[in-house]
Write a protein of this length. Structure first.
Length: 276
């Protein structure tokens, strides 16, 4: 199964240019599953909530998501991408930092970021979808289960564990990482859950007035043993693919005697005020 990530620099507040860039970068590639960064259609460093009105979209009709649906259909492939989502609720517009999984037949599933980072809560609503797993189909391996989390979700072990317990073979992780920890820490998330992880980070800098953020690149793909199969550069746009066997994620043995999921002892993990 051919999977990969697109590492690129979205332009802040310029969804049309980002759409055109992504189209140019991926339209000539062949793949089974491709992961794009967080907020790939909009850029990241917003200054005012009003800015989101001009860059957000509904996944049913939005231009960015529609472009990804077209490419997915043409290639008979699956695409996961972060995007700035707008939702009408009680006659007002609200926004989510979301990720979309697109199927070749035009269907899609949306995950909304559970754990908002730093100033994100000034612009986005906390995600309300929870962590779910979705089946995609691969000609060689049959049905493969995909989970999604976004950027800062990684720091909560429960996020990846929830997806793994629901049977995820691959965790897709669109990101806009600015701290130096995640690319190294994903070793642990892959190993402790015995799953593949694909972290698609962005590069470059967002500048908005006096605010600026530099992103750390180094997108990574890890296997269920925690081995790095691919690691991007710190500052270059690139697209990387590798071939994986998703069936390896279904073996939770860390050695011949220990199955790390079968041996979980849930009742000891609950926080109690006193011994019982």
């Amino acid at each position: 199964m051919k999977v990969g990530y697109l590492q690129f620099k979205p332009e802040l507040g310029k969804p049309k240019r980002n759409l055109e860039k992504v189209n140019d970068l991926i339209s000539k590639e062949d793949f089974d599953l491709l992961v794009l960064p967080e907020l790939a259609n909009s850029g990241y460093l917003f200054g005012e909530r009003e800015e989101l009105r001009h860059v957000s979209e509904n996944p049913d009709t939005g231009k960015f998501c529609s472009m990804l649906k077209r490419i997915s259909k043409e290639k008979d492939a699956y695409i996961v991408s972060g995007f700035c989502e707008s939702v009408k609720e009680d006659n007002k517009e609200i926004y989510f930092n979301s990720s979309i999984l697109i199927y070749p037949n035009g269907e899609f599933r949306v995950y909304r970021k559970t754990h908002l980072f730093y100033d994100e809560s000034s612009f986005f609503e906390p995600g309300n979808t929870g962590f779910w797993v979705y089946e995609i189909f691969n000609k060689k391996f049959g049905f493969v289960k995909i989970g999604m989390m976004i950027c800062y979700d990684w720091i909560y072990p429960e996020a990846a564990r929830s997806l793994a317990l629901r049977g995820a073979d691959i965790i897709c992780h669109p990101s806009n990482l600015v701290m130096p920890y995640c690319q190294t820490a994903m070793f642990t998330r892959a190993l402790e859950n015995r799953v593949y992880t694909i972290t698609a980070n962005r590069v470059g800098k967002d500048i908005n007035g006096e605010k600026s953020l530099e992103f750390t690149g180094e997108s990574v793909i890890l296997n269920p043993k925690g081995e790095y199969l691919a690691r991007g550069s710190k500052d270059k746009e690139e697209i990387t693919f590798i071939k994986i066997n998703p069936e390896l994620s279904r073996d939770k043995h860390i050695n011949e005697k220990n199955d790390i999921f079968a041996e979980r002892r849930d009742h000891f993990y609950k926080v109690r005020d006193k011994r019982s």
